[in-house]
Every structure is written in structure tokens, then in C-alpha cells.
Design a protein. Structure first.
Length: 414
């Protein structure tokens, strides 16, 4: 296997080798306790790998060992790649974060907003939803959990198209473009730019970027990001020749009075192998599937200011724009105080927290629903990638492997 980035000497790159070596055994403890089926971890500094290990199995039944080349469902870890896609279109003058979605999808030109405590009463949105709203999770778009009960009758056809109420036996799922049209029929739950509502704008963003770029998102990703960066194992689906590298995804369940991992998505029946070929840049239907090494190449490109191995994907100031503050003082529920949201990433600014975190102000990154996470730290020229396949991993007692990994990376710096 070719190393995804050059390998470096830990001591020369500012690490205590003994402290760095303690990461592996700490990760193994989570695997041994079956809090996770596997962990693949990678650390790089100044563009050179100082730690890259794979521990555990692809699935408990077969015991197939996970490797550095194993494939992972990334879900919302696809969002940073979406941020790069929007940024590329911005550089080319094809789309701006401030463009209204309706410029590309006409049904989104005008939206109504549900008036609180007034069922069936709406008002005109204070402004149009923009691409920035979609990628920063500030659209105000309704989701099934926040939808008023009365919508089931008032917008029955749209909800059936969306699949939020049963479509009826034998009715196929409509294409994504059709579902996004149906979503536009529903009143917003808040005015654009007012509240943080995670992910709901990303299916809309996918269709808008498809129009702006003139390509489906799998084609756009491959031509402009994955191909140029040499991310040869990354895509929205798993082709035949890579299937042996793809494992099961798990979820904590109570079994015989104990919380154990149960299969959530078996590799052999997974949508990532047998799916319908739709592509959501925010992580719906699993987002991209990739390896730790491929994702590290993506992350290193951003840390390098948009370039890797002589290939420039973005300009340096465009990367600054991407990781900058696009949500002001709005609190991000999943991170708590101290973070703002950029174009597809969350960035740590450190303010308003009761205590600091063991990371640098200005570090950024994000995670995915199946327990994957990544961050880049420009101040330390540091990159961390940590992958497994456990949905709702926090429901498993003491399953704090992400926090442990990050802490052990930083404590190894000297």
C-alpha cells in the first residue's frame, strides 16, 4: 500500500514518540470492549504522517480484520467536501454563497414561514433562502420532527412525495429533485438565517449545486476534488472491486439487559452497494464512502491552503472564507459554545465556553453519523482522522473514543 501522505519522523515533527505510541493501545481498549467494531486513526503534522493504525474487524460475524484501506460510510463528513464544491463554484463565478436558492431552483424563489402558535397561518419570509443558509444549516426549513401535526392533512401530497407519511404500497421513492420540489411547498419553521437547523438544507443544496455546476454531484466531486487529489477509493457508492474492503455498520441496542452493538447496516445488503444512484452532498443515504488515507489527503489540502502535491483545488483566501464565521454568535447545538459554522465545517473560536478545549483556536472539522470525525489545526499544522462505523455511538456507555483520540494527539506534542 502506498502511503496517502509522506511519512515523517515523529520527534523531528515535534512529538514525543512514546506519548504518540500510546494512542494505539488506548484505541485498542475500545475495540476489545466492543464499544466499537474497529478504529482507524491517522495523525499528520506539516503534511507528514506520524501515526496511522487500523484496529478491529469489519464485522463481528466473520472477524475480517479492518485495514488502512477499509471503506467507511462518512455521512456528514461529506459536508466539508460540499463546502469545497461550493467554494470551487464561487471561484469560477458560477455560484456565490449569497445567491438565492431560487436562482437555480425556481420553486424556492418565495417562501412562507409558519407563524408560531397559529396553525395554518403563515407570513412572507423576511428574505430568500441562500446557498449560505443551506450549507450553514440556517434555512428555517421544516423537518419531520418539527412539523406541526396539521401539516399531515394540509400538505398531504407533498409529505407523501417526501416520504414523511406513507406513500402507499408499491409506490417507488421519487427522485431527489422531485422531493426537493415537494419540500418547497411546506412553510418554513423560521425565517432564514435566524435559527440553526441541522442538515435540512443539504438536499436542497445538492440540487442547486447540480444546476450551477452542470453536473451531478458524483461527477462534480470526481472531476474537481476526488480525482485531482488522488482520492481513488472515494465515491458515493462501493463498486464491485472494492466490496471486500467494506464492512457492517452498528448501533447500540439493549440485548439481554446489556447495551451491545447490533448490526444497523449490513455490508452485503447496504444501500451503498445496491443503492439507486442518488447523491446528497450533506450525507443523506450515507454520503461518500472513503478510507482514512483518502480523507487525510482531502484534509491536508485544506490545511495547505487549497493545494496538495502541486495540484491546486482552491485559492488560499477561499479556504479562509470556507472556515470563517458564517453564523455570527449563533450557538451550534451539537458543539455548544465556542464554535461557529463555516461552509461545511465547524470552527473553534473558543469564546463563551466555561473552559477551553485541548485544541487550538481556529481549528476546524466535522464528524459523521456513523462515528467518524476529522479536524485540521492550522496553528499546529496538525491533522487528525478517526473512523469507525457505529451509529449513535454516544449511547454506548463510556464510548468517548473521539475525545480520547484528540486528547492523546495533543498531549503528544512537545
Amino acid at each position: 500500500m502506498t502511503s496517502p501522505l509522506p511519512e515523517g519522523d515523529a520527534r523531528d515533527l515535534g512529538f514525543d514518540p512514546d506519548r504518540l505510541a500510546s494512542i494505539g493501545p488506548a484505541m485498542q481498549a475500545y475495540v476489545d470492549d466492543k464499544r466499537v467494531p474497529n478504529l482507524v486513526t491517522l495523525v499528520a503534522r506539516r503534511g507528514q504522517i506520524v501515526h496511522f493504525e487500523a484496529r478491529g474487524v469489519l464485522d463481528f460475524d466473520s472477524g475480517r480484520p479492518v485495514t488502512k484501506e477499509s471503506l467507511f460510510r462518512m455521512f456528514s463528513n461529506t459536508k466539508p467536501i460540499a463546502g469545497v464544491a461550493l467554494s470551487i463554484l464561487f471561484e469560477r463565478g458560477l455560484a456565490s454563497p449569497d445567491d438565492p436558492v431560487g436562482k437555480f431552483l425556481p420553486e424556492w424563489f418565495a417562501n412562507r414561514v409558519q407563524i408560531p402558535n397559529s396553525p395554518g397561518m403563515t407570513e412572507r419570509a423576511n428574505r430568500r433562502i441562500t446557498l449560505r443558509d443551506c450549507i450553514t444549516n440556517t434555512t428555517g426549513i421544516v423537518n419531520p420532527g418539527s412539523m406541526p401535526a396539521g401539516y399531515r392533512e394540509m400538505y398531504r401530497d407533498a409529505l407523501k412525495t417526501l416520504g414523511w407519511i406513507p406513500r402507499g404500497e408499491g409506490v417507488e421513492t421519487p427522485p431527489s429533485r422531485e422531493r426537493v420540489r415537494a419540500l418547497a411547498e411546506l412553510p418554513l419553521m423560521a425565517h432564514p438565517g435566524v435559527h440553526f437547523g441541522y442538515h435540512v438544507g443539504y438536499p436542497v443544496l445538492t440540487e442547486a449545486l447540480t444546476v450551477a455546476g452542470g453536473q451531478t454531484m458524483d461527477q462534480f466531486f470526481e472531476a474537481n476534488i476526488l480525482g485531482p487529489l488522488g482520492m481513488t477509493s472515494t465515491g458515493f457508492y462501493v463498486p464491485e472491486e472494492r466490496r471486500e474492503r467494506f464492512g457492517d455498520s452498528y448501533v447500540p441496542r439493549e440485548i439481554d439487559g446489556e447495551i451491545r452493538l447490533a448490526v444497523a447496516d449490513a455490508a452485503e445488503t447496504s444501500e451503498k452497494i445496491h443503492g439507486a444512484g442518488e447523491f446528497c452532498v450533506g450525507g443523506s443515504s450515507g454520503g461518500v464512502v472513503t478510507t482514512a488515507g483518502d480523507y487525510a489527503r482531502f484534509g491536508q489540502m485544506l490545511l495547505n491552503g487549497g493545494e496538495l502535491d502541486g495540484v491546486r483545488v482552491l485559492g488560499r483566501k477561499t479556504v479562509d472564507l470556507m472556515i470563517g464565521n458564517h453564523t455570527g454568535d449563533m450557538e451550534i447545538p451539537m458543539t455548544g459554545p465556542g464554535f461557529h459554522w463555516g461552509l461545511g465545517v465547524s470552527t473553534y473560536h473558543g469564546r463563551d465556553r466555561l473552559a477551553p478545549l485541548i485544541r487550538s483556536v481556529g481549528s476546524y472539522g466535522w464528524g459523521g453519523a456513523a462515528g467518524t470525525t476529522y479536524w485540521g489545526d492550522p496553528a499546529e499544522e496538525l491533522l487528525g482522522v478517526c473512523l469507525t462505523q457505529v451509529m449513535q455511538h454516544g449511547m454506548m456507555p463510556n464510548n468517548d473514543y473521539q475525545e480520547t483520540f484528540q486528547r492523546m494527539v495533543y498531549q503528544a506534542l512537545v
